[in-house]
Design a protein around this ligand. Structure first.
Ligand code: SF4
Length: 198
């Protein structure tokens, strides 16, 4: 078993005990985050849904299955923290709106924790920005007017960032309408992932 520095274990422990936005959450905080100092590709998604909140494993749902297909990898590789770090914009399930959709990630989370996690991950070679919240936060003014245009312009953000649409099955209409995503973006994504995770 790999041993890491004490700061890494302290950071993981501090995150697990976080209560920063407890008053806004529908449940007690249950931060879902997975990384190690060895992680080479960082996935920055939105926030865990209810199912992930209950099963404690990031992307252990249909969205995760889609994302693994896009990346061209199996579950063992996806959950190997020497390969992938998973750090959503909000680590805890934020609850749902009155239409049953998930609320946005809590805005307190990324400013509080991301910098500390990225400091621990010294060797990150690629950061996947999955969805509009991660893209707005990390690309700032470089993001385009909408998510579709940002994803379509993915080459502008390489080799550091790779913007993606959220892999939710609810986005199947978006994918059907934007064929360039499966025809061009996914093959380029798989090529880069394969070259990093040799
Ligand atoms: S969402 Fe983030 S900031 Fe809020 S309680 Fe969970 S870990 Fe802490």
């Amino acid at each position: 078993m790999l041993q890491f520095n004490s700061e890494y274990y302290q950071l993981v422990s501090d995150i697990k005990k976080c209560q920063t936005c407890v008053q806004f959450l529908p449940n007690l905080p249950n931060p879902i985050v997975s990384f190690s100092p060895e992680s080479k590709i960082i996935i920055i998604g939105q926030a865990p849904g209810k199912k992930v909140h209950e099963n404690n494993t990031p992307f252990n749902d249909k969205s995760g299955d889609n994302l693994r297909d896009w990346l061209g990898i199996d579950k063992d590789t996806f959950y190997n923290t020497s390969a992938f770090g998973i750090m959503p914009m909000g680590f805890c399930f934020p609850g749902t709106n009155d239409k049953g959709g998930d609320l946005p990630p809590r805005p307190e989370c990324a400013p509080q924790w991301h910098r500390h996690i990225l400091e621990q991950i010294g060797k990150a070679e690629l950061i996947l920005l999955v969805g509009q919240y991660a893209q707005k936060y990390y690309l700032g003014d470089l993001a385009k007017n909408n998510l579709t245009e940002t994803v379509k312009s993915y080459k502008e953000y390489l080799p550091v960032y790779f913007p993606l649409v959220h892999p939710s099955p609810l986005n199947f209409r978006w994918q059907a309408k934007n064929k360039w995503f499966s025809e061009e973006v996914i093959p380029e994504l798989q090529k880069r992932v394969k070259s990093i995770i040799k």
